[in-house]
Design a protein around this ligand. Structure first.
Ligand SMILES: Cc1cc2nc3c(=O)[nH]c(=O)nc-3n(C[C@H](O)[C@H](O)[C@H](O)COP(=O)(O)OP(=O)(O)OC[C@H]3O[C@@H](n4cnc5c(N)ncnc54)[C@H](O)[C@@H]3O)c2cc1C
Length: 386
């Protein structure tokens, strides 16, 4: 895809990242694009693509080399995520696997836990998920009811989770649970469940959704699941909520990265279309309305990209604060919704047709405003800084 915005390369975009971008693009074209229809129809990716992505160096790129990663930074994740998105694979759960699940283990796991899980996440032998949301609570994380009760040397896990990304493929799931039900935030711990050959774990429905057709978003159930003490992330109970709050800015930035790529893709598709399609003896692009709509969209997308590049740069330097990450997530995902809507209008009836990728973008973009903390929750966080 030819870049549609003329924003200069940010300083964090080094030569090795340019190479990574090209490598990721080639891999996605060769290994993902031919299967897109099959995966969308099937409602999930083939399990084997996780190992393929791992072998191509596209998983856990920001993890240290000693744990099987590429020793990169968040910029590596951002470049890879953008390529998946530009290729039309917003439904692939790798950004969550590499940019959310793996960092929890790196930042809060013991040395033994890092050695045990990170290399397998990097190869795709393990697929990661994070299970926070429950049928009864989403935004209000302190209200989770899943419990991890002390039992002998370990824990017994009980509860149910829903809307979990990678829910059918995941075999390493970080579960947000209460180790002390009397406490709110202080009672929360992160428990790591390895699902292969464990009893007391059940996958529920692969949920039917408005968009992200190939994402295996699912329900998960834990029924008297016995967990050894070593599966508490870290060594101390009750730190889960703080760990979540510390890591969530990166999750928000990942969503903002998706939003940006979706806007770029929508603009590219639309500009190409209006230059081809004719009405009243003219190309659609020749109508002043088309030019004005696209001029507005391009301007807004340019502003968004400059802001995103700034946020990524700040994050790579360890300086991105929660307020700014929340601004990026809320504002860019809201903008994505309106921008894609305006682009779709320029396709006329074809914009409503499944075989035109703009219609899929329209459906897929809706969730960006909901997950990783709703945009209302983002505004609450921003308001705290007033
Ligand atoms: C496709 C998809 C994938 C997902 N993947 C995952 C995953 O991998 N792991 C995971 O744990 N979860 C995941 N989720 C869940 C997602 O994070 C939650 O849906 C989201 O956090 C909102 O929670 P909720 O659905 O319970 O909505 P609720 O919390 O019930 O919110 C309902 C409405 O009330 C508003 N609201 C709530 N509280 C406030 C408040 N204090 N002030 C103002 N407004 C408020 C919300 O903004 C929203 O508009 C996923 C969801 C989807 C749709």
């Amino acid at each position: 895809m030819i870049d549609v915005l003329n924003v200069p390369r940010p300083t964090w975009m080094t030569e090795d990242l340019v190479l990574l971008e090209e490598q990721a693009r080639r891999f996605i074209d060769a290994e993902f694009t031919p299967h897109v229809e099959k995966w969308n129809e099937h409602g999930m990716y083939d399990r084997a693509v996780w190992q393929q992505a791992g072998a191509a160096g596209l998983l856990c790129a920001s993890m240290p080399e000693e744990y099987g990663g590429a020793g990169g930074s968040f910029a590596h994740e951002a470049v890879i995520n953008r390529e998946f998105s530009l290729g039309g694979f917003d439904s692939f759960g790798a950004p969550l696997h590499s940019g959310i699940v793996a960092p929890y283990i790196l930042h809060y796991g013991t040395e033994e836990q890092k050695k045990r899980w990170l290399p397998k996440l990097a190869t795709g032998e393990l697929v990661g998920a994070i299970a926070m949301t429950e049928p009864g609570t989403g935004s209000d994380l302190q209200g989770v009811r899943t419990s991890a009760k002390k039992s002998g040397n370990g824990y017994v896990l009980n509860g149910s989770k829903t809307f979990i990304t990678n829910g059918q493929h995941a075999n390493l799931i970080i579960v947000v649970a209460k180790t002390d039900p009397k406490e709110k935030a202080k009672g929360i711990s992160l428990m790591v469940v390895e699902t292969d050959d464990v009893s007391g774990f059940r996958r529920g429905r692969k949920l039917k959704k408005l968009g992200l057709d190939a994402a295996d978003t699912s329900e998960l159930f834990f029924e008297d699941l016995q967990l050894p003490a070593e599966n508490l992330l870290g060594t101390e109970e009750g730190l889960g909520f703080t760990q979540l709050m510390t890591e969530l800015p990166q999750e928000r930035l990942i969503v903002a990265t998706h939003a940006m790529a979706m806007m770029e893709r929508a603009l590219r598709l639309t500009i190409d279309y209006v230059k081809e399609r004719a009405a009243f003896g003219k190309k659609i692009v020749e109508f002043q309305n088309t030019q004005f709509v696209l001029a507005e969209c391009k301007t807004e997308a340019t502003v968004a990209k400059v802001f995103l590049d700034h946020c990524i740069g700040q994050h790579v330097e360890g300086k991105l604060d929660t307020t700014t990450a929340s601004m990026a997530k809320y504002w860019m995902t809201d903008l994505t919704g309106t921008l894609i809507d305006r682009c779709l209008q320029l396709f006329g009836g074809y914009g409503f047709m499944e075989e035109y990728p703009i219609s899929r973008l329209y459906r897929d973009a809706r969730v960006l405003r909901i997950y990783a903390g709703t945009n209302e929750i983002m505004k609450l966080l921003i308001a705290r800084s007033l």
